[in-house]
Design a protein around this ligand. Structure first.
Ligand code: GPU
Length: 830
C-alpha cells in the first residue's frame, strides 16, 4: 500500500460523490460522457464494443456510491464478514444483472434508444467470465449474489484467470478446445489495484531460532515469490443498496524478477522467469469433480488463499486489531478442498508472524473455518503428495504434520488401542505415495462440515467420513444448495416473471417461497393457458438463438427434452443416448412406426475435461448418433437431437426456460446435489430423475405425481455393488437393450467402422461402473409415462405450474439463511 491517500478533512474526501440522476436524461448524459471520455469516441463514430464498454461504465457509475458506502458502513460496524474462498466463480454475463440490481433496465433501454442503440445488441457484446467449470463455480456465483441481496457483509475471494473455461468446438463430432479469451475486448467490470498487491512466497526451507525471550521459534525462508494483484468486482444486491466485493487475484512477477532481468544479462532466461510467475493465474484447470495433482494447481490454490488471508488481516481489519479475536470478524467458508491450504497458512501467520503459541493459534484457526464438501466420488478427493507440498510449502507441511499428530493423539485417547482407526483417520495417506488428504484436514480444522443436499450430507457422514462423524457428530450438517432467482428466473425468464408478478404481486424475487401462492392457479384454465403461452414463447426464443448461434433448426411442437451438465460417466449421458438409439432402432427395424413416437427434440449441452477420454468419446458418439438420427427419413421428423457446442451460463439462460423435460439421471448416490435440476423446476420443466442429490428434495416438495422418478435408489445401488454387478447379463436379458448396443457396435453410426465406439460400448458391457444398463429398462418405461402425460397438455401444464409453485425453497437466499444459522452464526446487517 502507498499509505493513507489523503488526510483531507473536506467532506468530499470521506463520502462518495453522488450518483448520476436516476432518469433517462441523467443516463444519456452519463453514457455519452463515458463514450467520449473513456472510449475516446463520439456516438456517431462509436463501435458496438465502444458502446457496450461505455454502457458498462455508466452502470458502474450508478452503483459506485453504493459500493463505497457499503465498504465504509461495514468497516465502521466491525461486524463479522463472510469470506467465501473459492477457486471458481462461474459468473455469467454481468450487464443485465447490474442493470437489474440498480433498477436501470428500463431507463437504459429508453436512453439507448434515444441514442439510436438497441440494448439487445450491446448485451451480446459481453463475453461471459467463465471462471469456473460447472456446478461448484456457479454455486459460488449464486451465493455471493444472495449474500449481497440479503445484506450480509461478505467478500468473495478467488482467482482472476486470464483464460477461463475453454471454448468448446466440434470438429467432425469430436470436442476441440479453444482458449477462452474473455479479456480480449476489454474488461469493464473489474477494478485492478496494482498498488495494493500483496506478496506470496513459495519454496525454500524452514529454520529454528531463539527469539528475544529465548523461546524456540520457526521461520520460513522461502526461495521465490510472486505478486498477487487484486481485481475488485461489484456484487450488487437486488435493489437494496448493498454492493459487496468479489476480489480476484492475478499473478504478477515481483520487482525482484525485474531486477534479475536487469542484472543477469540473460534476458531470455529472465523473461522466462517472469512468465513462470505469471503462469499461476493464466488458466483455469478444466477439471470437474476430478482432482488435478499438478504443481501449478497447488500453486494456484496457495496463491489465492495466501493473498486473501493477508488482504483480510492487513487491509480489512483496523490496524492493531488483536488477532485472538479474529473469529469475531471473519468466517472463511472453504468451497470444497481447493482452498484448504488456508488452514496451515493461518496457523503459520499466527505462530510465526504474530508469536502465538500452538494451542492459541489452533483455537483461533478452527473457529475461522467451515468446510463444504461437494462430492462423494472417492477419486474426486484431493490428495497432495508430501514431496510436492514439502518442496513448495515446507512450513505448511510441517504444520500439517503437527495438526495431524495432535489430532491422532486425540483419536488414540478417545479410542484407546484402536490403531487401525488412527491409521484410517490420519491426514497422511501412505499409498500409492505419501500424501495429505485435504478433506480430512478440512474436516479436522473446520467448525462445521456440510454436504450440499440432504442425501449427500447423510452419505458424507455414513460413507466418506464415518469415523469423523462418530467422533464429532455435531460438527456435521447439511445445507441444500440453491440458485439465485434474480438470474435464473427474473433475467432468464422475463415472461414467466411478468406472469408471476401479475398473478401474486411483487416481492417473490426476494422471498421465493411466495411462489406457493401460484398453487391454486394450477387449476385455473385461463392461467394455464397463459403459462403455456410463456413456455411456447421461450421455445421460440431458443429456436431463434440456436439458429443464429449454431445453425441448428429446432422443429416446432416437439417435447423439448434437455440434458445439460458436465459430461461425466456418473451423470450418465450415455443412458440418455441409449434411450434415443433405442427409439431409433425400433423405428428403423420396423418394430414400431414413426407415428408411435411423441415428437421430441433432445438437447445436449456438455463439456468434457480435455484429458477425460471416455467423456470425449461419449461426446463424439452423441454427435455421430445425432447426424444419423437427424437425417433419417424413417423418423418423419419426430425425433431430433441438438447438441450446441460450448454450453455455458449464457446459453443456459435461454435454454432452461424453454425446456419441457429436465434430465437428472445420475446413478443414485453419485450426484452431490445438482443445481441445474432446481433451475429447470423453477422454470416450469418436469424432471425425469433418479433418487439422487437434491432430486430427492425436489420430488418431496413437488409431489410424486409431478416428478418422474425411475431407477435404483442408493441402497439398491449399494446392494447391487456388494452382490456383484454384471452389466453383460442386462444386455443378454433385455432384447431391446441388446439391439440398441448392437446397432452402435455394427458401425451404423460410424460409417461402417465397427470399432470407433468400442471404448464407450465395451465399457458399458464389461464394467459400467455407473450401472447405466441396470437402470435402462426403468428409464425407458418412465420415458413412456412422460409421453403419456405430455399427451394430456392440460395435465402437463398443471404439473409444471405446481413445480414452479413448490420449488421456491431452492432459492440460494434460503441456502444463505441456512448457512447463517447453522454455520456462520451471524446475521444480515440491515
Ligand atoms: N461439483 Br467436487 C462440481 O461442479 N465440481 C467439483 O469439482 C465437485 C463438485 C458439483 C457437484 O457435482 C454437484 O452435484 C453440486 O450441485 C455442485 O458441485 C455444487 O455443490
Amino acid at each position: 500500500r502507498l499509505g493513507p491517500a489523503s488526510t483531507a478533512t473536506h467532506p468530499l474526501a470521506t463520502a462518495p460523490v453522488g450518483s448520476p440522476s436516476h432518469n433517462v436524461d441523467g443516463f444519456v448524459r452519463e453514457f455519452l460522457h463515458e463514450l467520449n471520455t473513456n472510449q475516446g469516441v463520439t456516438l456517431s463514430a462509436s463501435s458496438l464494443n465502444d458502446q457496450y464498454l461505455a454502457l458498462a461504465s455508466t452502470v458502474k457509475n450508478y452503483l459506485m456510491a453504493r459500493w463505497l458506502e457499503t465498504g465504509l458502513k461495514t468497516r465502521a460496524a466491525k461486524v463479522k464478514t463472510v469470506g467465501y474462498l473459492s477457486a471458481e466463480y462461474l459468473l455469467g454475463r454481468q450487464l443485465d444483472n447490474a442493470l437489474l440490481a440498480s433498477d436501470l433496465a428500463d431507463i437504459a433501454e429508453k436512453g439507448l434508444e434515444l441514442c439510436g442503440i438497441d440494448l439487445a445488441d450491446l448485451r451480446v457484446q459481453e463475453v461471459e467470465p467463465g471462471l469456473g467449470n460447472g456446478g461448484l463455480g456457479r454455486l459460488a456465483a449464486c451465493f455471493i449474489d444472495s449474500l449481497a441481496t440479503m445484506d450480509v457483509p461478505s467478500i468473495g475471494y478467488g482467482i482472476r484467470y486470464e483464460y477461463g473455461i475453454f471454448r468448446q468446438t466440434f470438429v467432425d463430432g469430436r470436442q476441440v478446445e479453444q482458449p477462452d479469451t474473455w479479456l480480449a475486448l476489454g474488461a469493464p467490470w473489474e477494478f485492478p489495484h496494482p498498488e495494493s498487491a500483496v506478496q506470496v512466497h513459495f519454496g525454500g526451507h524452514t529454520e529454528r531460532y531463539a527469539d528475544d525471550g529465548g523461546q524456540e521459534r520457526t521461520r520460513w525462508v522461502p526461495s521465490w515469490n510472486v505478486l498477487a494483484v487484486p481485481y475488485n468486482y461489484m456484487v450488487p444486491g437486488y435493489l437494496n443498496g448493498r454492493v459487496n466485493t468479489l476480489r480476484l487475484w492475478s499473478a504478477q512477477a515481483t520487482k525482484a524478477f525485474d531486477l534479475q532481468i536487469f542484472n543477469s544479462g540473460d534476458y531470455a532466461q529472465a523473461v522466462r522467469a517472469q512468465t513462470f510467475a505469471e503462469n499461476i493465474s493464466k488458466v483455469l484447470y478444466p477439471e470437474d469433480s476430478t482432482p488435478q495433482g499438478k504443481e501449478l494447481r497447488l500453486q494456484q490454490q496457495y496463491f489465492f488463499v495466501a493473498a486473501s488471508l493477508r488482504d483480510f488481516i492487513d487491509h480489512e481489519l483496523e490496524p492493531g486489531f488483536d488477532l485472538h479475536r479474529l473469529p469475531e470478524r471473519i468466517t472463511f467458508q472453504l468451497n470444497d478442498t481447493h482452498p484448504v491450504i488456508a488452514v496451515p497458512e493461518l496457523m503459520r501467520i499466527l505462530i510465526d508472524e504474530h508469536g502465538f503459541d500452538w494451542d492459541e493459534a489452533w483455537e483461533v484457526t478452527r473457529q475461522c473455518f467451515d468446510y463444504t464438501c461437494h462430492t462423494l466420488l472417492p477419486e474426486a478427493l484431493e490428495v497432495w503428495p508430501t514431496e510436492l507440498l514439502g518442496r513448495l510449502l515446507p512450513r505448511h507441511l510441517e504444520i500439517i504434520f503437527q495438526i495431524n499428530d495432535q489430532f491422532l493423539s486425540l483419536v488414540r485417547q478417545t479410542y484407546p488401542g484402536d490403531e487401525m482407526l488412527a491409521r484410517r483417520m490420519s491426514m497422511i495417506s501412505e499409498h500409492p505415495e505419501r500424501g495429505v488428504r485435504m478433506a480430512f484436514l478440512a474436516t479436522v480444522a473446520a467448525s462445521r462440515v456440510n454436504g450440499v443436499a440432504e442425501l449427500h450430507s447423510q452419505l458424507l457422514r455414513d460413507k466418506v467420513l464415518p469415523d469423523f462423524s462418530s467422533l464429532w457428530p455435531e460438527k456435521f450438517t447439511n445445507v441444500t444448495n440453491g440458485v439465485t432467482p434474480r438470474r435464473f428466473v427474473r433475467l432468464s425468464n422475463p415472461l414467466l416473471s411478468e406472469l408471476i408478478t401479475d398473478t401474486i404481486g411483487a416481492g417473490w424475487l426476494t422471498d421465493l417461497e411466495r411462489l406457493k401462492e401460484l398453487e391454486p392457479y394450477a387449476d385455473d384454465p385461463q392461467f394455464r393457458e397463459r403459462f403455456a403461452a410463456v413456455k411456447a414463447a421461450n421455445k421460440h426464443r431458443l429456436t431463434d438463438l440456436l439458429r443464429a448461434r449454431d445453425g441448428i433448426d429446432l422443429p416446432d411442437g416437439h417435447l423439448l427434452d434437455v440434458m445439460v451438465k458436465r459430461l461425466h460417466e456418473y451423470k450418465r449421458q450415455s443412458l440418455k443416448l441409449l434411450h434415443i438409439v433405442s427409439l431409433y432402432e425400433q423405428v428403423i427395424s420396423g418394430k414400431i412406426s414413426a407415428a408411435d413416437l411423441t415428437p421430441r427434440t433432445v438437447v445436449f449441452g456438455a463439456k468434457a475435461a480435455p484429458g477425460y477420454r471416455m467423456a470425449k468419446d461419449t461426446i463424439h458418439l452423441i454427435n455421430k448418433v445425432a447426424a444419423k438420427v437427424n437425417a433419417a427419413p424413417e423418423l418423419e421428423e419426430r425425433l431430433k437431437i441438438a447438441f450446441p457446442a460450448n454450453y455455458n451460463v449464457t446459453l443456459a439462460e435461454t435454454l432452461i426456460p424453454a425446456a419441457d423435460l429436465s434430465e437428472q439421471i445420475s446413478l443414485a448416490g453419485m450426484e452431490a446435489s445438482g443445481t441445474g435440476n432446481m433451475k429447470f423446476a423453477l422454470n416450469g420443466a418436469l424432471t425425469i430423475g433418479t433418487d439422487d442429490g437434491a432430486n430427492v428434495e425436489i420430488r418431496r416438495l413437488v409431489g410424486d405425481k409431478h416428478f418422474f422418478l425411475f431407477g435404483m435408489d442408493e441402497p439398491a445401488v449399494s446392494a447391487l455393488g456388494a452382490k456383484g454387478y454384471n452389466p453383460g447379463s442386462c444386455y443378454e436379458a433385455n432384447p431391446q437393450l441388446k439391439a440398441t448396443l448392437d446397432l452402435i457396435l455394427s458401425g451404423h453410426f460410424s460409417d461402417g467402422d465397427r470399432h470407433l465406439f468400442d471404448s464407450v460400448v465395451y465399457n458399458l458391457l464389461n464394467q459400467d461402473r455407473f450401472m447405466a444398463l441396470a437402470d435402462f429398462q426403468a428409464y425407458v418405461d418412465t420415458q413412456a409415462k412422460v409421453e403419456e402425460r405430455y399427451a394430456d397438455q392440460e395435465a402437463w401444464t398443471r404439473s409444471t405450474i405446481l413445480n414452479v409453485a413448490r420449488t421456491g425453497y431452492f432459492s440460494s437466499d434460503r441456502s444463505m439463511r441456512d448457512y447463517l444459522q447453522r454455520i456462520w452464526h451471524t446475521s444480515p446487517m440491515l
